[in-house]
Design a protein around this ligand. Structure first.
Ligand code: BES
Ligand code: MN
Ligand code: ZN
Length: 462
C-alpha cells in the first residue's frame, strides 16, 4: 500500500483546527451555530471532533480540537487520530496552518493510513483522505511516508516469511526501483573468508547468512554508508533467550528496515549523496553447528573477538559490515540496529539513543530530530568503558562481564570497526510501537531515518 494525499476537489469537506483558547471566536462567529458547538460540549480540546451539519443534515464541515501548544507537545502526529475519527470521504484543512506544523500535520495524515493486513482475511475498510495542505512539498512527504511503510512492513512480517532470503529479495526490489547496483555475498566459502563474523552468527540456521550491498549515486558527491542490522530472528543462539525476551525478535532486522527506508528516501528525493547500503542478513539460530560462548573469532578487520555471549550477535554482524564500509573511507558511516535491551531501559520505545564523536553532527541531528518529529538523543562513547570490552585472551569481547552501560559498550564495540571514515554515527533503536499511538499502530515502527534524512543536507555541507 502506498500512502498518498487525495486529489484536490471542490467537494472536499473543510476541517477547521480549533485551539481551546480560540473557541470563543468560533462560538461567536455567525457562520457556525453557537448552539450546536456549545450543546455538543465542543471546547477545542486536542482530538475532539464536531461534525457541522447543513440545513439538510449533510456534513458541511468539521471542527477539530487542536488543544494548545503544550497539549500538542505531549505527543506527535495528533492529526492522524483526528482524521481517523472522521467518516470516510475527502477532507481539506481550512485556513492557514502555522508553517512550523504543516509538515507534521501532513505526514500524520499519511502515517495514519498504515495497515498491516497481509495476514487478515478481511482487508480494512476505506478511511478519510486529506487533500495536500497548501505550502507543503507533497511529493517529499509522500516519499517519507512510503519509506516508513516499507520499514513497518519489513518489521511486521514474521520471520517465517522474512528470513535472510526474503530480506534479500526486498533489498533487490529496492535497488531495482531506483536503478541502484546490488551485490550479494551468499556463498559460504567467500562469506567465511571475507566476513567471518557474519558467517559465524548465521551458520547455524538452514536459511543461509549473507551480506547485501547496494550502491547508488555519483562518485563525486559526499559518500554515506548506511549499515543496518538484519537479524531476521534472534533466538539468542546457544545463550538462548527465554520466551518473553524472544517473543518480539522478528523485529531484530529493524535496523536494516530503518536503513532501507532511509535509503529509499534518499534515492526517491535524489539527494546528492554517493550512497552505500549494507545489510548483514542472518538468523541467530540454535543447532549443533552454532558458534559458542568462549569461541574466539577472527573478523574482517583482523581484530579477534571472544564470544562472551552468543546473544550479543548484532554487534558481530555489524562489525564486519562496518569494516567493509570503512575500507572506502566514506565521509559518514551510519549504523542502525536493534542492538541492546539496555537502550530501551534507558530511553524507552519512543526515543532512539545515538552515538557519535562529532559534535557538529550531533548539533545537526538535534535540530533535525525536532523538525522531523523523530526523537533521538545523544549518548556518550565513554572512553573509560573501553576496558569493559577488552578480555584477556582476545582483542575484543562481544559483551562486557557486568551489565553496566550495555548500550554504551555495544556502541564502543562498533566504533572500533570504523577507523578510516570521517565520521561515525550509530543508532540503538527499538523499532517497535508497544501500544498504538497517533499515526503509529502497535507493531513495527521506523526510528531515526527521518531525523537523518532531514539532517543530511546540512550535515554533509560541513
Ligand atoms: N536484539 C537484541 C537486543 C534487543 C532486545 C533489542 C530487546 C530490543 C529489544 C540483542 O541481540 C541482544 O540480545 N542483546 C543483548 C546483549 C547482551 C547479551 C550483552 C541484550 O541487550 O540483552
Ligand atoms: Mn541477541
Ligand atoms: Zn539481536
Amino acid at each position: 500500500m502506498r500512502p498518498g494525499f487525495a486529489p484536490d476537489t471542490d467537494d472536499a469537506t473543510a476541517i477547521h483546527l480549533v485551539e481551546s483558547a480560540g473557541i470563543e471566536e468560533w462560538t461567536s462567529s455567525p457562520e457556525f451555530s453557537a448552539a450546536w458547538t456549545r450543546g455538543n460540549d465542543f471546547g477545542g480540546e486536542l482530538g475532539q471532533i464536531l461534525i457541522l451539519p447543513d440545513s439538510n443534515g449533510a456534513i458541511s464541515g468539521v471542527l477539530a480540537g487542536w488543544g494548545s501548544r503544550e497539549s500538542r507537545a505531549a505527543g506527535r502526529f495528533h492529526f492522524a487520530d483526528i482524521l481517523g475519527k472522521l467518516p470516510k470521504g475527502v477532507y481539506k484543512i481550512a485556513g492557514e496552518i502555522p508553517p512550523g506544523e504543516r509538515d507534521e500535520i501532513a505526514l500524520a495524515a499519511l502515517l495514519g493510513q498504515y495497515r498491516f493486513d497481509r495476514y487478515k482475511k478481511r482487508a480494512s475498510s476505506e478511511r478519510a483522505g486529506l487533500v495536500a495542505p497548501s505550502g507543503i512539498d507533497a511529493a517529499r512527504i509522500e516519499s517519507i511516508a512510503a519509506a516508513e511503510f516499507l520499514t513497518r512492513d519489513l518489521i511486521n512480517t514474521p520471520a517465517s516469511d522474512m528470513g535472510p532470503g526474503e530480506l534479500e529479495a526486498k533489498f533487490i526490489d529496492l535497488a531495482g526501483e531506483f536503478g541502484a547496483r546490488v551485490e550479494v555475498v551468499r556463498d559460504s566459502g567467500p562469506l567465511r573468508e571475507d566476513f567471518p563474523l557474519i558467517h559465524a552468527v548465521g551458520r547455524a540456521s538452514d536459511r543461509k547468512p549473507r551480506l547485501l550491498d547496494l550502491a547508488w549515486g555519483r562518485k563525486n558527491d559526499p559518500s554515506v554508508a548506511l549499515v543496518g542490522k538484519g537479524v531476521c530472528f534472534d533466538t539468542g543462539g546457544l545463550n538462548v533467550k527465554t520466551g518473553g525476551s524472544m517473543r518480539l525478535m522478528k523485529k531484530d532486522m529493524g535496523g536494516a528496515a530503518a536503513a532501507m527506508g532511509l535509503a529509499q528516501m534518499i534515492m526517491a528525493n535524489g539527494l546528492p549523496v554517493n550512497l552505500r547500503l549494507l545489510v548483514p542478513a542472518v538468523e541467530n539460530s540454535v543447532s549443533a553447528g552454532a558458534f559458542r560462548p568462549g569461541d574466539i573469532l577472527n573478523s574482517r578487520k583482523g581484530v579477534t573477538v571472544e564470544i562472551a555471549n552468543t546473544d550479543a550477535e548484532g554487534r558481530l554482524v555489524l562489525a564486519d559490515a562496518i569494516a567493509l564500509a570503512d575500507e572506502s573511507e566514506p565521509d559518514l558511516i551510519i549504523s542502525m540496529a536493534t542492538l541492546t535491551g539496555a537502550a530501551r531501559v534507558a530511553l524507552g520505545p519512543d526515543i532512539a539513543p545515538y552515538y557519535t564523536r562529532s559534535d557538529s553532527l550531533a548539533a545537526c541531528l538535534e535540530k533535525a530530530s525536532v523538525s522531523a518529529s523523530d526523537p533521538v538523543w545523544r549518548m556518550p562513547l565513554w572512553a573509560p568503558y573501553e576496558k569493559m570490552i577488552e578480555p584477556e585472551v582476545a582483542d575484543l569481547a562481544n559483551a562486557a562481564e557486568t551489565g553496566f552501560a550495555g548500550s554504551v559498550t555495544a556502541a564502543l564495540f562498533l566504533a572500533r570497526f570504523s577507523t578510516r571514515a570521517k565520521r561515525f554515527l550509530h543508532f540503538d533503536i527499538f523499532g517497535w510501537q508497544p501500544s498504538s499511538a497517533p499515526g503509529r499502530p502497535k507493531g513495527g515502527v521506523g526510528q531515526a531515518a527521518r531525523a537523518v534524512f532531514s539532517a543530511l543536507p546540512e550535515l554533509l555541507s560541513k
